[in-house]
Design a protein around this ligand. Structure first.
Ligand code: SF4
Length: 333
C-alpha cells in the first residue's frame, strides 16, 4: 500500500491574518516607493507592537524587509512619533491603555486588530454598559485575552477551563454573560459552557459564538483528517493559540492510535515519528504561510509518503478590507 499524506482543507491563513500581514507589507511597499525604506534619521519605516501574527517565519520575513517589532510602545523613541512613523497594532488587538499611550505620545497608529477580535471588544463595552458581569473564557497572558480583559478589568472575569468555574461566585441578581477568545477549542469550550450553565443557569450568551469561523473550520477539518491518519503533523508556532488547539483536536481524533505533533517547519520533523506509520495527517494554524506546509509535505514525500489525499470540509471566502488608515493610500498592494 502507498504511504500517504492526508491534507486538511481549510488550513492555514485566515482573513484576519491575511489582512494584518498585508497591512505591514503595504506600509513597507509605500516606504520603498517613496525612497524612505532606509531613512537618514535611522528610524525604520514601520514599528509593529508584538508579533503581527503568532508565526516566527512571518515575523522574520517582515523584519528582514525593514519592519521593527517591539513588545511595548515604550521601546519606540519619541522621534518616531514626531516623524510620523506608523505603529501597527497586531491582529490580536490591544487594551485601551495601549491606545491611550499611543494617543498621548502622538503616534500614528494603524490598527490591524482582526475585526472578529474587535467584535469581542465591542461586546465587552456593550454588556458592561448594560450592567453585566462578563465571564470570559480565554488563556491568561495571551495577547488577545489581555486586550479584551483590559477593556474593563473590574467586570471581566477570565477563566481557562471548566474546573475554574468553581472559583466564581455570583448571586442570581447579577446579570451574567459569557464571552470567549476567538481561537479556543470548540469542544473544550462547550464543556466549559456546560459547567457555567450548570452553576449559573441564568447566564446569557452573545448572539453568535466568539470562536471565529477560521478556528471552527480548521478544527472540523483536522478532526476528519485525524480519523483517516495514523499520526498528524500541525504546522504552527508554539505561541499560536489556534495551532496548539488544532494539535489537541487532532490528538483527540487519533485517540490511542497515534500522536499529533506541532512543528514550526519541516526542520523539526523527527524520523522516529513515522516508524510504522502508513498515513500522516497534515494541517496548519491560521497564521501559517502555505509554503511551510509545502515544505513539510516535501519532507514527508522524501520519507516515502508519496500518496496524497485531501479532506475538504468547507470552502472559505471570507475577506477583510485593510485598516481605514491605509485605505486612502494609492500604493495599496
Ligand atoms: S483566527 Fe479568527 S479571530 Fe484570529 S485573526 Fe484569524 S479570523 Fe481573526
Amino acid at each position: 500500500m502507498t504511504k500517504c499524506v492526508v491534507l486538511a482543507d481549510p488550513r492555514g491563513f485566515c482573513a484576519g491574518v491575511d489582512r494584518a500581514i498585508l497591512t505591514v507589507q503595504t506600509i513597507l511597499k509605500a516606504a520603498q516607493k517613496s525612497g524612505k525604506l532606509v531613512r537618514e534619521d535611522g528610524l525604520p519605516p514601520v514599528y509593529v507592537r508584538r508579533q503581527i501574527v503568532h508565526n516566527k517565519h512571518v515575523v522574520e520575513d517582515l523584519a528582514s524587509q525593514g519592519a521593527v517589532f517591539v513588545q511595548e510602545l515604550s521601546e519606540i523613541p519619541d522621534a518616531a512619533a514626531q516623524a510620523g512613523i506608523p505603529v501597527v497594532f497586531s491582529a490580536h488587538g490591544v487594551s485601551p491603555s495601549v491606545k491611550d499611550e499611543a494617543k498621548r505620545r502622538g503616534m500614528h497608529v494603524v490598527d490591524a486588530t482582526c475585526p472578529l477580535v474587535g467584535k469581542v471588544h465591542r461586546e465587552v463595552l456593550r454588556f458592561v454598559r448594560e450592567g453585566y458581569e462578563i465571564i470570559y473564557i480565554g488563556h491568561k497572558g495571551h495577547d488577545e485575552a489581555v486586550g479584551v480583559v483590559g477593556e474593563s478589568p473590574e467586570h471581566v472575569h477570565l477563566i481557562e477551563h471548566a474546573d475554574d468555574v468553581a472559583t466564581l461566585d455570583f448571586t442570581p441578581e447579577t446579570k451574567l454573560v459569557l464571552l470567549s477568545q476567538t481561537t479556543l477549542s470548540v469542544d473544550e469550550t462547550a464543556g466549559t459552557i456546560a459547567a457555567l450553565k450548570a452553576r449559573f443557569p441564568w447566564i446569557e450568551e452573545p448572539p453568535s459564538s466568539d470562536i471565529c469561523y477560521a478556528t471552527s473550520n480548521r478544527q472540523a477539518a483536522v478532526k476528519l483528517v485525524a480519523q483517516q491518519s495514523d499520526c498528524v503533523v500541525i504546522v504552527g508556532s508554539a505561541n499560536s493559540s489556534n495551532s496548539v488547539r488544532l494539535m489537541e483536536v487532532a490528538q483527540e481524533g487519533l485517540g490511542d492510535r497515534g500522536t499529533a505533533y506541532r512543528v514550526d517547519d519541516a526542520n523539526e520533523l523527527e524520523p522516529a515519528w513515522f516508524d510504522g506509520v502508513e498515513s500522516v495527517g497534515v494541517s496548519s494554524g491560521a497564521s501559517v504561510p502555505d509554503e511551510l506546509v509545502s515544505g513539510v509535505i516535501a519532507a514527508l514525500q522524501d520519507r516515502g509518503f508519496t500518496g496524497m489525499k485531501s479532506v475538504e470540509t468547507i470552502k472559505e471566502n471570507m475577506h477583510f478590507v485593510l485598516p481605514a488608515e491605509l485605505r486612502r493610500q494609492p500604493s495599496r498592494a
